[in-house]
Design a protein around this ligand. Structure first.
Ligand code: ADP
Ligand code: MG
Length: 140
């Protein structure tokens, strides 16, 4: 399996509850390496741009409000099959449907405040990584 990179975001519900380290341990325990990481408070414009693919969805405005309600931690995870591996570690979007032992099952507050974002394809991972990081900031 080829080494791959994916974009992860620890969302405001998780930073508010001081869960960054516990969530990072889940990634590392699954064999994913955190090869870039920064904590930032998104502007409304940045949140809308990042979630632009969802702008027609009913939850878009609430989602953007939530994403600017506190700091986030943006990170690049690297490893074999990193996109799929990260989605597996995260669990389903709705924590009520997430498998036992996943981040969202153990930490998410709701389908919206679900603690983590992870890219859904290698193609989107490349776009989302470039949204937050320049190549010089990613050290594998
Ligand atoms: P995922 O984050 O699992 O890839 P989506 O890309 O479908 O899920 O949705 C992006 C984010 O929008 C979700 O992580 C969640 O925070 C929010 N969201 C998705 N569906 C809903 C919904 N039905 N109601 C409220 N928020 C939602
Ligand atoms: Mg998604």
């Amino acid at each position: 399996m080829a080494k791959e990179r994916t974009l992860s975001i620890i969302k405001p519900d998780a930073t508010r509850r001081n869960l960054t380290g516990k969530i990072n341990a889940r990634f590392e325990d699954a064999g994913l390496r955190i090869v870039a990481q920064k904590r930032l408070w998104l502007t409304r414009g940045q949140a809308e741009a990042f979630y632009g693919v969802h702008k027609e969805r009913a939850f878009f405005n609430d989602l953007c409000d939530f994403m600017v309600s506190g700091p986030v931690v943006a990170q690049v995870l690297e490893g074999d099959n990193a996109v799929a591996k990260n989605r597996e570690v995260m669990g389903a979007t709705n924590p009520a449907q997430a498998d036992a032992g996943t981040i969202r099952k153990d930490f998410a507050e709701s389908i919206e405040a679900n603690s983590v974002h992870g890219s859904d394809s290698a193609e989107n991972a490349a776009i989302e990584i470039a949204f937050f990081f320049s190549e010089i900031e990613i050290v594998g």
